[in-house]
Ligand binder design. Structure first.
Ligand code: BGC
Length: 254
């Protein structure tokens, strides 16, 4: 398929609480229309989620050659989910792109959600043109990570599951922990401090980009952090997943 002139791709972001989708202008990284959000079904089985993805894509009039990319909140190793923390356990072993391609009747590219965000921030956002090592961390239901070395994504890092002080890091420092435990911004920032100082010690990033829905409120917690690397909010905020999935799908069609 010829694609270099393809201006639009469709991005879908599967999260622990919502499934969102929108067409993306590949030249600018902006959504071409408002995104649509449908709550993640409970239980979040492959069949139930695939039905929502079908409903979502059916709500947009997509030309047949528009690439479709989809994020998933787990590693995606050659299409397959090796383990999953925040959706139904029956996803383990499922080939996500194959399932979704069958559900919507068009080819779907699948990628880890934080990797999609990292790619979007590299192409369009806060990490654009940055040399060296960029660490993108998404704070949501879980903690996702993307490592980008000199503009190249190293996929499937799982730094939300570092064990810190005897805990799976995301269980203490994800935004869902802040909400679940009713933490103040200061209390949560204390946990983030411990998290970021650990990843900084391990990776010495040149830049840390913080994404996820809570990045809208970055002013409430980023100034409370004390790490050596600059820490900035994701330029694409919570849309980085949709944008990155769309852009990665378009790149794979080339
Ligand atoms: C998953 C990651 C994902 C992150 C954010 C973690 O629990 O293991 O793959 O990127 O949550 O959704």
């Amino acid at each position: 398929m010829s694609t270099t002139s393809m201006p639009v791709a469709f991005g879908i972001d599967i999260g622990g609480s919502g499934i969102k989708g929108a067409p993306v202008d590949l030249a600018t990284g902006e959504l071409t229309t408002d995104r649509l959000r449908i709550p993640t079904p409970t239980p979040s089985t492959p069949r139930a989620v695939a039905a929502v993805v079908e409903e979502l894509t059916d709500s947009f009039e997509l030309a047949p050659d528009v690439p479709v990319g989809l994020t998933f909140p787990a590693p995606i190793k050659h299409g397959v989910v090796p383990f999953i923390a925040n959706l139904d356990q029956s996803w383990k072993g499922v080939d996500v792109p194959a399932l979704m391609t069958e559900a919507i009747g068009r080819s779907v590219v699948g990628v880890n959600d934080a990797d999609a965000a990292g790619y979007a921030e590299t192409v369009y956002g806060a990490a654009k043109g940055v040399r060296g090592l960029v660490l993108v961390v998404t704070l949501g239901t879980g903690i996702g990570s993307a490592l980008v070395a000199d503009g190249t994504l190293v996929p499937n890092t799982e730094l939300g599951h570092l064990e810190i002080d005897g805990h799976d890091a995301e269980s203490r420092a994800a935004d869902s922990a802040r909400e679940r435990e009713g933490l103040t911004w200061e209390q949560w920032a204390g946990r983030l401090q411990r998290y970021f100082e650990t990843v900084e010690m391990l990776f010495s990033p040149d830049l840390i980009v913080v994404g996820g829905g809570v990045s809208k409120k970055a002013a409430k917690f980023l100034p409370l952090l004390d790490v050596r690397a600059p820490v900035v909010p994701a330029a694409l905020r919570n849309e980085a997943g949709i944008v990155g999935a769309a852009a990665l799908a378009a790149a794979q069609y080339r």
